[in-house]
Design a protein around this ligand. Structure first.
Ligand code: SF4
Length: 224
């Protein structure tokens, strides 16, 4: 069984996109080479062997850290139980979770009656159970030089795009038209860092295109 490198596990409320407001268990995986300048989880980018810790040490940490623990699927579910998590929605995030083969984890979660969501940049092949909800947050032309895979656009149940200026809308249009979609997935625009101009642009575009607005609502209510 493949081990996952886990930066943190916590229970909270999903603050963004289609599952906004849904109580969720978040599993944040370590590692991401994509290099978005505004990334708010830069501590998940690198995997340093000397930052490997025991799971209970990570579970006691309250701050962002490059530390991580190793766990297989079974160990993760035992951890959820041990911590008394009640949420029935599992969010796999990162870092870039699709650097890992997520089939075993998503299969077990669905078997146990969870709904499962992956939040991915679309730069790695998405390996998961068919019933997994895939949130593609395409990171276009970032420093790491990774391309968005057409298979990720085709697999997406929702596209949640971070924007600050018109060129980001154009990039999204180009990405969508680069594949033959039978049906457009739900599209959410999310203003980067909730800046005023970005928010105005997102609102205006959502109204004009009949898209949806995604706000980082967890930041308004002060939860992780
Ligand atoms: S893909 Fe996500 S984790 Fe990776 S750099 Fe971009 S925002 Fe950060």
């Amino acid at each position: 069984m493949t081990d996952l490198l886990v930066n943190e596990v916590f229970e909270s409320i999903q603050g963004e996109g289609a599952f906004t407001g849904v109580p969720s268990i978040f599993v944040r995986l370590q590692g991401c080479p994509v290099g978005c300048p505004w990334c708010d989880t830069k501590h998940t980018w690198d995997v340093h062997e000397d930052r490997l810790r025991a799971a209970d040490v990570i579970m006691r940490q309250n701050e962002d850290s490059e530390d991580y623990f190793k766990a297989d699927t079974k160990a993760l579910f035992s951890l959820f139980q041990q911590h008394g998590y009640a949420a029935r929605h599992l969010v796999l995030t990162g870092g870039e979770p699709c650097m890992y083969d997520l089939r075993a984890l998503t299969e077990m979660a669905i078997e146990k009656g969870f709904s499962v969501q992956i939040e991915t940049s679309g730069t790695f092949e998405i390996l998961c159970h068919d019933k997994t909800w895939v949130t593609l947050s395409p990171k276009i032309n970032m420093k790491g030089g990774y391309k968005i895979l057409p298979s990720a656009v085709l697999r997406a149940n929702e596209i949640k795009h971070a924007i600050a200026m018109e060129k980001h809308i154009q990039e999204l249009d180009d990405l969508i038209s680069s594949v033959q979609l039978k049906r457009l997935p739900m599209i959410y625009l999310q203003p980067i860092s909730m800046q005023k101009r970005a928010t105005e642009l997102a609102v205006k575009t959502c109204i004009a295109r009949n898209w949806r607005l995604s706000l980082q609502t967890h930041k308004f209510i002060g939860v992780e």
